[in-house]
Structures are given as structure tokens and as C-alpha cells.
Design a protein around this ligand. Structure first.
Ligand SMILES: [Zn+2]
Length: 212
């Protein structure tokens, strides 16, 4: 991508004023090149997210994805993603999908990692190891939600913040997550995209009519 001399000088000014860095021309070119690559990647990701948002308006229940392998956005496990699903709560493996659909896991926790804990989180954040956690579950002090696999065996165990905050001595609620905020941003971009598309269509129709 060709970057104009004018833009390069603007970037040079930013580096100088904000980062107190005097860049030689080669460094300036490298920085500009890296930035365009970085923003190009971000733009591609955002475009995909906007596309998904628009598709969800037509297919609110989401759609099947049959990837050979992938990472479930809920349990975080890298696994066979056959029969997995994408909807507004993310890309989920078939076990997490079923757990959400059956209400084992409330959908409100899917996009906010602060609203639940795994066994690993209990250990990392509260120093409760898995054996202790299991005995606390048996005693009814910790409440667990268990996502089952097709064989009816535990696939993943979830401790909801709202069911365990008193025992863990933490706040009941958490602020919106970055993911939730990002989803809202995508919704704004999608509305903006639709508005611009409608305007362009109107201009196109006007042009087409004036030719008749
Ligand atoms: Zn999963």
C-alpha cells in the first residue's frame, strides 16, 4: 500500500509529540507499514463481525458451523467443532450449546467471563483446588452447573458468580465485559453500514431513473 508523504509527515508529528521519538525515514516507513497491516487485520475482523451481526438479524437463532477443529468461546476447549453453532452468544461447541439451550447455563454469562468461574479459576483466583471444590459442592457450599457431553459425562463445570458470590465473598455483579461492549460497538457499526447502504441505493435509484 502506498502511503502519501503528507500522511507520513502526520505520523512523524504524532511520534514526536506523543512518544517523544524522532524517526528517520526508514523507521517512519516501517511504522506506517506495520500500522496499516495492523489496522487492515482489525478492519477485516470487524467486517466479519458486522456481517455476522447483519446475518443474525435475518437468522436470530444463529447457524450451524461444522469446523473440523476449533476453540469453543465458552468452555475455551480446543476440540472437534462438528455440530457447533454460532449465535449472538458466540461460537460454541455442541455441549455448551445444548447447556445454554436447556438453561443449564444462562445465556447472560456467555459474553462475560466475570460472571462465572471454572475449576481453574477457583484455584487461580481463590486458592480452592479441585478436590476441595468438589467437597464444597457435596457440602452444598459451592453450587456448580455441569455441562454434559453426549455420553452424559461432565464436559465442563461452571460456577456462576450469582450463585456463589456469598461463599466466595465477592461482589454479586460485574460491569459489562469488553466483549459485551464490543458487541454493542458492532451493532452501532452495523446500523451505520445499513444507513450508508440505503443512501447509496437511493442515489443509485435516482441515477437509474434519470437515465430513463
Ligand atoms: Zn464448549
Amino acid at each position: 500500500m502506498k502511503i502519501s508523504q503528507e500522511k507520513l509527515e502526520e505520523l512523524r508529528k504524532i511520534f514526536k509529540e506523543d512518544f517523544k521519538a524522532e524517526l528517520i525515514d526508514q523507521e517512519l516507513h516501517d511504522a506506517a507499514f506495520n500500522l496499516t497491516g495492523f489496522y487492515g487485520t482489525l478492519a477485516k475482523m470487524a467486517t466479519k463481525d458486522i456481517d455476522n451481526h447483519l446475518r443474525l438479524e435475518k437468522e436470530p437463532g444463529g447457524w450451524a458451523i461444522n469446523d473440523e477443529w476449533g476453540t469453543c468461546s465458552f468452555c475455551g476447549l480446543y476440540m472437534s467443532m462438528q455440530e457447533s453453532w454460532f449465535d449472538k452468544f458466540g461460537y460454541k461447541c455442541k455441549f455448551c450449546l445444548r447447556a445454554v439451550n436447556e438453561g443449564i447455563i444462562p445465556s447472560s454469562v456467555c459474553r462475560n467471563k466475570g460472571r462465572w468461574f471454572s475449576f481453574e479459576d477457583l484455584k487461580d483466583k481463590f486458592g480452592i483446588n479441585q478436590n476441595t471444590a468438589r467437597s464444597l459442592i457435596r457440602k452444598g457450599e459451592l453450587r456448580a452447573r455441569v455441562i454434559l457431553n453426549d455420553a452424559g459425562k461432565p464436559h465442563f463445570t461452571v460456577f456462576l458468580r450469582e450463585e456463589n458470590y456469598q461463599f466466595l465473598k465477592i461482589e454479586k455483579d460485574v460491569p459489562p465485559s469488553e466483549m459485551e461492549e464490543y458487541d454493542q460497538q458492532v451493532a452501532v457499526w452495523a446500523e451505520d453500514f445499513k444507513r450508508r447502504r440505503d443512501e447509496e441505493n437511493k442515489i443509485y435509484e435516482k441515477k437509474a431513473k434519470s437515465k430513463i
